[in-house]
Design a protein around this ligand. Sequence first.
Ligand code: NDP
Length: 332
Amino acid sequence: SRFYTLTDYPQGLPERELFKLETEDLPELGPGEVRIRNHWLSVDPYMRGRMNGVRTYVEPFTLGKPMEGGAIGEVIASNDERLKEGDIVNHMGGWRDIAQIPAEGVHPLPDIQVPEQAYLGVLGMPGMTAWTGLNLIAECRTGDNVLVSAASGAVGSLVVQLAKAKGCHVVGIAGATHKLAWLESLGVEPVSYRDRNAHELSDAIRLACPEGIDVYFENVGGICLEAALSQLNEGARIAVCGMIGSYNAKEPTPGPSNLFELVARKVRMQGFIVADHWSHYPDFLKEVAPQVAEGKLDYKETVKEGLESTPDAFLELFEGGNTGKMLVKLNQ
Ligand code: NDP
């Protein structure tokens, strides 16, 4: 098995050398274990939080031990009666080519006709995050004006489409021109944050949505939040999903100077962790999976080839290198 380990906890943007590719012969399969040949690996922004060496809502990566992450692969040996050779499964033994792990955390894919890697993106954790944040946390309703940051990413691109499907007016913030063009093709008002300060971004949001914002789906923080605050309507809701803009910060990032707007406009701003809402996963799949299978919901993937590209795939998340879900495809 070839797998990545983290050699030290980074300061700021992790250096490429901190990710070490190691090789090890796998022991014989233990009781209750399965062996999986991975086809697809997920890299996600939350993994940066596991590189700080302190427990937040997940355990940090242990230095020198195989890293973990979402993955889709094929069972090639099983000591568990639920799983048999040839099953395609979703599990957390990523950052490696062959995983040998306890069967508990290994789940066969639902029987829906979509490409298997969709279960790492639009029908997996990021998709479930979009659905949870929009429906359960922000309580988005028909006709709301919805603002989404990192709107062309894995989470954001489903948020904007689910909100459009509810009949909302949707504004999406993103970086690159091709991302803004994709958002526009989805019926979203695209707004670039590039070369803009919070004040200019706020003006651009107002132009795109003169009636003000009722729901802000927060993925970035920083100037996106500052700009959003100034455009909120009374009683607006903010689902605080993530703040990727500060994950690599070496010093505390300056907060929005206008946080008081939450008070004046009686806004509810609520953080959430998708794992706490996983009991709703069947509801999410029932609503969203048929639309993905029928092509009514669009999703994009940015695919890097080969296990060796995993660290770069992860690092590019922080430079906007992905449109839609960032994935690593293993040579089989
Ligand atoms: P994305 O697919 O959105 O990838 C990250 C994107 O963020 C990049 O493509 C880039 O797009 C944008 N970005 C990166 N750095 C910055 C920056 N400094 N300023 C502005 N934009 C930036 O990732 P995900 O969809 O997987 O995750 C999106 C957010 O959701 C993250 O904050 C993540 O932590 C959070 N999350 C939270 C969960 C929860 O349970 N609460 C679960 C899953 C994700 P661009 O080119 O537009 O800049």
